[in-house]
Design a protein around this ligand. Structure first.
Ligand SMILES: Cc1cc2nc3c(=O)[nH]c(=O)nc-3n(C[C@H](O)[C@H](O)[C@H](O)COP(=O)(O)O)c2cc1C
Length: 407
């Protein structure tokens, strides 16, 4: 793959040198473009030595041209001759310029002229990262199809700890590989996924919840984004980073999850309900902490809203994929739930086996497809199971649209 690597003027610019090495080791041909600010942090010579090519730094000098690209309009030549534009580190400034379509140097002009895949690896101070302007720019860029790699959390050069750390170059190179190899069978789809548990308060400090880790839903979100879908992930309290290129809406309770799902329903074409939503909640949560006494404590719980059933009623021609976590009579219960909740597909798993399902990296599921047949997946890593589930979703989508075209 021909990769053009844009290096922005962030403190992590030096880490882009390791990224060049990682990309080259994976067989990619890399051309580096540096912003003026990037050259304050690292010399072009480092990249020239690593790539064996002159680094492009200036829109007008005419000195950039490599023999093969010699052209008065080099930014167009570079755009046409490369498959992927990776920007790492992508500064807050570059994100703003890309989002607003500015073109005042080589990299920003190249970005506008580039028609291939764009991968952004933002890196900055946590406050800059969390600033609504930056988040809005990212949202705009994601919506345009740019692939955003979530920065890591951890110690930052500015002496603080938080989100904004440049990801491991190996991870960025792996994402570039996955992105370029990935099938795009969910392109054009808008996928809404729920994940994780919910927490229902019992008093200001206590809650009831369940052992769902959210890993299955996060794996589905990550895979769906790679397969070209626009993904919104509504997640209960989990300890997981937002997958790349996924809009994450964090929620706590079943009521909050319902609200977030209904708000995002309009734009969704596929809904995957993998969250383990609490079935009961305490309607009147005491304002004071419950005191321990010697006597038995009884709490009267009310049923939470049945989000799956509600979407089943309102879904129209959207595809609805439900999950059923059972401890016995798996297929029987799954078929009953699928019919009762108007699901187009149902993913059923037994959750009482050690090392699989809840709170684990691995899963084994039976996928009850639209035609009623059962496809088994796993035991395998949840990322692999997610791909198998999405294979079935893409197949169902294809068969429905083929049927529509015929009728
Ligand atoms: C010491 C120092 C470190 C910086 N680190 C970052 C950074 O990590 N991320 C970022 O977005 N901006 C950072 N900046 C600000 C950018 O350098 C500045 O916004 C610049 O205009 C970016 O130019 P560019 O986007 O054209 O590369 C830093 C500035 C200084 C002086």
């Amino acid at each position: 793959m021909r990769v053009v690597l844009g290096v922005g003027g962030g403190i992590a610019a030096y880490k882009a040198a390791e990224l060049v090495r990682q990309l080259e080791q994976r067989g990619h041909d890399v051309q580096v473009v540096m912003t003026r600010a990037a050259r304050e942090f690292i010399q072009p010579l480092t990249f020239a030595a690593l790539t064996g090519k002159k680094v492009i730094t200036d829109l007008f000098s005419g000195e950039n041209a490599n023999d093969t690209l010699a052209s008065a309009v080099e930014h167009i030549g570079v755009a046409q001759n490369h498959d992927v534009l990776v920007v790492a580190p992508a500064t807050a400034d570059l994100l703003a310029k890309f989002a607003t379509g500015q073109a005042d140097d080589f990299l920003t002009t190249l970005h506008l002229a580039f028609t291939g895949a764009v991968v952004l690896a933002p890196s900055m101070n946590t406050a800059m990262w969390e600033h609504p302007a930056t988040q809005q720019n990212l949202e705009t860029l994601r919506a345009r199809g740019c692939f955003v790699i979530q920065p890591d959390e951890g110690w930052l050069a500015c002496g603080t700890t938080g989100a904004g750390r440049f990801p491991d170059p190996e991870r960025i190179a792996a994402e570039v590989d996955l992105l370029t190899e990935q099938k795009k069978d969910l392109a054009g789809e808008s996928v809404l996924i729920t994940a994780g548990p919910t927490q229902e308060a019992l008093d200001p400090v206590r809650y009831i919840s369940n052992r769902s880790s959210g890993k299955m839903g996060f794996a589905l979100a990550e895979a769906a984004a790679r397969r070209g879908a626009r993904v919104t992930l509504v997640a209960g309290p989990v300890h997981l980073n937002a997958p790349p290129n996924v809009r994450l809406i964090p929620v706590r309770t079943a009521q909050e999850m319902r609200r977030a799902v209904l708000e995002s329903l309009e734009s969704a074409t596929i809904i995957i309900k993998s969250a383990a939503v609490a079935d009961y909640y305490l309607a009147e949560v005491p304002k004071q902490k419950l005191k321990k006494t010697a006597t038995r404590l009884s709490l009267e719980l009310d049923p939470t809203p049945d989000i799956l059933a509600e979407i089943g009623e309102k879904k129209g021609d959207r595809l609805l994929i439900g999950f059923a976590a059972e401890t016995d009579n798996l297929i029987g219960e799954a078929r009953r739930k699928m019919a009762a909740k108007h699901c187009d597909m149902l993913v059923a798993n037994l959750v009482n086996r050690e090392g699989l399902g809840f709170d684990s990296d691995r899963n084994e599921v039976d996928i009850i497809t639209g035609s009623g047949k059962t496809v088994h997946a796993g035991p395998a890593d949840k990322k692999e199971v997610a791909e198998k589930i999405l294979d079935q979703v893409a197949m169902l989508r294809l068969s429905l649209s083929t049927a529509e075209t015929k009728s």
